[in-house]
Design a protein around this ligand. Structure first.
Ligand code: TRP
Length: 461
């Protein structure tokens, strides 16, 4: 039934936490943990719980090929623990060889929260970017830009806007007649953000992964669809086995694909183009091919899903030589929503729900002491029945942020569930680990003072 479906809306304040269901409903894949080299605790503990086409990134890592990561932040409020989840993933991807681009979504913030561009800039630099070196990002390989100052992301958004329409945006984002037009443009700019690192002047064709919270999946789907509909060559499964390449006729390729102004196909031009296409595929090592210039298809019976990746790459390069954009759909990974200390959603507008990176120890201790507990009503009951680590926020925070050692975490979990560890003891452990984490962070912040400036792209200075 429709209303049983989880609706994911990037701007809503409600959230679902049934992750297996979210994965199924949105056609996401489960993270292939066995393929991930040196998995971080976020991988190991299922906090990153789903992906789209992350395999392309794992392949690039395995082969030592270039790949990039792009993600973005909304410059509003202060940086809190929840925001560190994405940064930790970027750190890991960077350690695996990724180049890193981070967008400050100042246009989106203007459109959806009324934050002025000046205010957005100040907040982004002081509250977020300043912390990145201390959180482990390498300033030499991290590039931060502002949406408002990078015309190419706006231009790309505009150009790709031709590939979608109002109904699509209404059904994905729930927009209606009263939605302000800046808000309508925000997803197009975000698509521009996500796709522009593939352009020649920003690093060229290579897989890009976008680590985000699950609330951002509508943007990922939207962007993947836009990229696919801009492609000049579609690759489809062939009914009798193998793959079929099909021309996608669109503005910009009529002349080269031999389509005349009246829509008729000029077979001479079309055949010449097919000779070029087939010659190129030959050069790539494909031999057994069935070209059909009239239908605009080339069947390759021997191609598989695996070898299809090379095929896709090669056709995108060809498209670029012919004047097209040649865009790969982005890969993505999704992390769980960080639960608020109170058991509600974590949000900077409700300071009791989270720990800010500049909170003083006193405040941290107070917040964790007051955190939602998975313990029993009385000590006696707790000793007998044990606590619930799935509900206990102190335990969740150890698992998500503060306790890197799997063995220690497992031992704590076990004693808590068995009732030998009481809620107060678990909270004390969480407090100790949180304070140590913050002390460490502050030290690194002091020693990396001013370093974040190096992360600003030229157009962000
Ligand atoms: N919409 C994102 C948010 O609400 C911010 C953002 C803008 C973003 N552009 C992006 C995230 C590109 C990932 C990739 O936080």
């Amino acid at each position: 039934m429709a209303d049983e479906n989880v609706r994911i809306d990037p701007w809503s304040s409600t959230q679902s936490t049934d992750y297996a269901r979210i994965r199924d409903q949105f056609g996401l894949s489960e993270l292939p943990l066995h393929r991930i080299p040196e998995p971080s605790m976020l991988h190991r503990r299922g906090i990153i719980f789903a992906h789209r086409e992350f395999d392309t990134i794992l392949n690039a890592i395995a082969r030592g090929e270039p790949f990039g990561v792009l993600t973005g932040l909304m410059p509003s409020g202060k940086m809190h623990l929840g925001h560190t989840l994405v940064i930790e993933q970027i750190r890991w991807l960077q350690s695996m060889g990724a180049d890193v681009t981070i967008t400050v979504a100042d246009l989106e913030s203007l459109a959806t929260r009324g934050t002025s561009l000046d205010e957005g800039r100040r907040v982004a630099l002081d509250e977020y970017v300043a912390n990145y070196p201390a959180l482990g990002l390498d300033p030499d390989r991290t590039s931060v830009y502002f949406q408002s100052r990078r015309p190419i992301v706006q231009r790309l958004g505009f150009v790709l806007g031709e590939k979608t329409n109002r109904s699509t945006m209404e059904s994905i984002y729930g927009f209606d007649g009263s939605t302000n037009l800046a808000h309508v443009q925000a997803p197009l700019v975000q698509a521009g953000d996500i796709l522009h690192p593939q352009l020649e002047e920003h690093g060229g064709l290579r897989p890009i992964v976008v680590p985000v919270g699950i609330d951002q999946d509508p943007h990922i789907r939207f962007t993947r669809d836009l990229a696919a509909s801009s492609n000049w060559f579609n690759i489809n499964r062939r009914k009798k086995g193998g793959l079929t390449i099909a021309l996608s006729i669109q503005h910009g390729n009529h002349t080269c694909f031999g389509v005349e102004a009246n829509g008729r196909v000029n077979m001479q031009v079309r055949r010449q183009f097919f000779d070029r296409l087939v010659g190129r595929l030959n050069h790539d090592g494909w031999s057994d091919m069935i070209p059909n210039p009239k239908h605009g298809t080339v069947e390759i019976p021997a191609a598989t899903e695996q070898t299809g990746q090379h095929l896709r790459h090669s056709l995108l390069k060809f498209e670029r030589e012919l004047g097209g954009l040649g865009l790969l759909p982005p890969a993505s990974t999704y992390h769980r929503f960080a639960v608020g200390l109170t058991g509600d959603k974590m949000s900077s507008s409700n300071p009791e729900t989270t720990i800010f990176l500049d909170d003083e120890d006193k405040a941290v201790i107070k917040k964790i002491r007051a955190a939602f507990s998975g313990g029993r009503e009385t000590v006696e009951e707790h000793r007998r029945y044990g606590g619930d680590t799935d509900k206990d926020i102190a335990f969740q925070y150890l698992a998500t942020f503060f306790e890197p050692d799997d063995k220690i975490l497992a031992d704590i979990g076990k004693s808590y569930r068995e009732g030998t560890m009481l809620s107060g003891e678990l909270k004390q452990h969480c407090i100790d680990s949180a304070l140590e984490w913050l002390r460490d962070f502050r030290e690194r912040r002091d020693s990396t003072e001013g370093v974040a400036q190096m992360m600003l792209a030229d157009d962000a200075q």
